[in-house]
Design a protein around this ligand. Structure first.
Ligand code: PLP
Length: 403
């Protein structure tokens, strides 16, 4: 895992670590000489004369025209993400789902086939299986644990894109990005990776051959449960297509949310380090607990894809899962027993969150469907926060005792 990608900063002409570059990236200083970026809460931008306006509309200049197309604060957020992921370009959207949807609709057409891993975010699953077919776009799913041979065998002559999430939600399966990218390159298929669970501080799919990387910025990137946002970064030519689709269809990121998210990126490195440190300690402590059938965390040696996790991730991230021996009933009881952890439909917050997929997000699936995506009846997902780790553990322990 290379964590030291250097870039040359045109402002200072100094070699900079990508994290430094992301922290120091800022909109051009105004005459007020502000240190922190101001918010550009404006829907449109003015021009001095008709010629400049004409040139902007004709793409002869990069001048901002209208916030649905571009906004300086939104661009600042994108530039930071581009630096962190090592991408060519990017586009920010109002939510993670509009980033996912835009990447499909801008690049797929009637008759194309999308190959996706089956354990993906619920709304992404709905978009792929319910809405894409309405536009004549075919899809098929493959298990996260599929082998090189199985991935390659799933490619069809009309496959245009491979879509995957790793680590998967909530099962925490790990897919070898490098292995899948070898197949996508061989068959000239776009590899699109949802990197929400890891963030670019832990995993950079482009370095392993991905063409596009998607984030729900709502999660770890904001990291404080305040705003929705999304972003797609990657190959410059593909991003151009995605930009043109989004500029016309309108899922623009609000400049206010962009300001919040851009500031959040400046602390993402230290936050993810602590989330992951707390998560590893919790996973280590819980492993072997008498009430648990298993504990799953990418950096526990007992994880089935531990070696792949070690290859492509710098830490195990902030999510820990475990299976209660008592199944469905114990899962709900565990949630009720918690005194501090929040019961809420989010993840990636300063505050630890517990969820029980079998009785909530995945309750509508059949038992067989849940099994196919590794959601067992007593599975609990903990989004580990930044509270003092002993306090998080104490709450989990007392809730387990009473199960
Ligand atoms: C939350 C989430 C999304 C969707 O993002 P929103 O910002 O809620 O639209 C997509 N992928 C993953 C893995 C997520 O966790």
């Amino acid at each position: 895992m290379t964590n030291d990608l250097m870039t040359n900063d045109p402002m200072t002409n100094m070699e900079q670590h990508r994290i430094t570059k992301a922290i120091r990236t800022q909109t051009e200083r105004t005459n007020e000489m502000e240190h922190s970026t101001p918010m550009f809460l404006t829907s449109s931008f003015v021009f001095d004369n008709a010629e400049e306006l004409r040139a902007a509309f004709d793409d002869e200049s990069d001048d901002n025209i209208y916030t649905r197309f571009s906004n300086p604060g939104v661009q600042e957020f994108v530039d930071k993400m581009v630096a962190l992921e090592g991408a060519g370009a990017g586009f920010a959207t109002a939510s993670g789902m509009s980033a996912v949807f835009g990447s499909f609709m801008a690049l797929l057409k009637k008759g194309d086939h999308l190959l996706s891993c089956n354990s993906i975010f619920g709304s992404t699953h709905t978009v792929i299986s319910k809405y894409l077919p309405r536009y004549g776009i075919e899809f098929s799913y493959i298990p996260a644990t599929a082998t090189h041979h199985e991935w390659e065998a799933a490619i069809r002559p009309n496959t245009k894109m491979i879509y995957l999430e790793t680590p998967t939600n909530p099962g925490l399966d790990i897919i070898d990005i490098e292995m899948v990218s070898k197949i996508s390159k061989k068959h000239q298929v776009i590899l699109n990776v949802d990197n929400c669970f890891a963030t670019p501080l832990i995993q950079r799919p482009i370095e392993f051959g991905a063409d596009l990387v998607i984030h729900s910025a709502t999660k770890w990137i904001d990291g404080q449960g305040r705003v929705l946002g999304g972003v797609i970064v990657g190959d410059t030519a593909l991003i151009k297509e995605i930009y043109l689709f989004n500029r016309s269809t309108g899922p623009a990121l609000s400049p206010f949310n962009a300001w919040v998210l851009s500031k959040s990126l400046e602390t993402l490195d230290v936050r993810m380090e602590r989330h992951a440190k707390n998560a590893l300690e919790i996973a280590d402590t819980l492993e072997g607990h008498e009430k648990l059938a298993f504990v799953k965390y990418p950096f526990l040696p007992s994880h089935p894809q531990y070696l792949i996790a070690k290859k492509q991730m710098s830490t195990g991230g902030g999510i820990v899962c475990f299976e209660l021996k008592g199944g469905l009933e114990s899962g709900m009881k565990f949630l009720d027993n918690l005194k501090m952890l929040s019961l809420t439909a989010n993840l990636g917050d300063t505050r630890s969150i517990a969820s029980h997929p079998a009785s909530t997000t995945h309750a509508k699936l059949t038992e067989a469907e849940r099994q196919a995506v590794n959601i067992t009846p007593g599975l609990i997902r903990i989004s580990v926060g930044l509270e003092y780790v002993d306090d998080i553990l104490n709450d989990i322990m007392q809730a387990l005792e009473a199960c």
